[in-house]
Ligand binder design. Structure first.
Ligand SMILES: [Zn+2]
Length: 285
């Protein structure tokens, strides 16, 4: 049977507060489990305004996805005019609710925004501190260490991989590659998000575009964002889940995909960066 993995990223304070409870409700109604990748620390989303001025592709994406409606105006000011609130650390009860509902919970970020905008200019020391703060916040919230990491904006480099290697993750979900592979430098399994995000494709036809990609009876991973599928795209998300279930596609958390993979058949290679359609900056593939 073909499988659809749900990789649910929580990137912002708004996404944690409003998007996650909405997604938990949807998944409960359909009796499905997914993997939540949590941003633990400060929501510096307002810093995106600086990016908006610097990057016209980003501006286009913001306009196309109607970002103010997506994230709310306050989100646009966090870390600039308003102080940056903590994301998962502000909502320990919601973290407990995710776990109590039987979903997988993993580590996505300490400061999502700064990684996304500033990683290449940051020192190894900064990356190491980012992991230390995020991992200890995760442990404080869940009582255990994460067994997987999904990099913000699918952005990684060689320094990140070597630091990741120190944390003994069971798997990574850091790329937009088409199929699982082993990161050859560190010998860790990658389970990529191979499908497009809702906000990257034509909003009118998003459900049928993604559903068409699912029909080849292979295993796929859908990148979901609490801010999107737990917000303005919630009906499209429900619609897609309904279609998948009606065609006997098994909807699963990423650890189920990992457990069912025959690791001997997974190729080992390096990842590279590529600008994918609908995105404003390159992703690892
Ligand atoms: Zn993210």
């Amino acid at each position: 049977m073909s499988m659809l993995g749900l990789k649910i990223d929580v990137d912002t304070y708004w996404g944690m507060k409003k998007g996650v409870p909405c997604l938990l409700q949807t998944l409960k109604e359909f009796n499905l489990k997914g993997t939540f990748f949590l941003s633990i620390g400060p929501d510096n989303s307002g810093r995106a305004i600086l990016q908006l001025i610097k990057n016209t592709l980003f501006l286009k994406k913001m306009m196309r996805t109607n970002a103010p409606a997506l994230y709310g105006w306050k989100t646009a000011l966090y870390g600039t005019l308003l102080p940056a609130p903590m994301i998962a650390l502000s909502f320990p009860q919601i973290v407990r609710d995710i776990i109590a509902a039987g979903h997988e919970v993993q580590f996505h970020a300490w400061d999502h925004r700064r990684w996304q905008d500033e990683l290449s200019g940051k020192s190894e020391k900064w990356i190491r501190e980012w992991f230390d703060k995020g991992m200890s916040g995760f442990e404080k919230l869940t009582g255990k260490k994460p067994s997987a990491f999904g990099a913000p904006s699918w952005l990684i480099d060689d320094r990140v991989l070597s630091i990741i290697n120190e944390y003994k993750f069971d798997y990574l979900s850091c790329t937009r590659a088409k199929a699982p592979f082993i990161h050859d430098a560190i010998n860790i399994l990658e389970i990529p998000s191979d499908l497009p995000c809702f906000e990257e494709i034509d909003a009118q036809n998003s459900v049928s575009i993604i559903y068409d990609l699912l029909k080849d009876s292979k295993t796929h991973v859908l990148p979901v964002h609490a801010e999107v599928e737990g917000g303005i795209f919630q009906n499209q998300f429900r619609n897609l889940l309904e279609k998948a279930l009606n065609t006997n596609i098994e909807v699963v958390p990423l650890k189920t995909i990992k457990d069912k993979l025959d690791i001997k058949t997974v190729p080992a290679r390096k990842c590279k960066m590529e600008l994918l359609p609908g995105r404003h900056s390159p992703c690892a593939v």
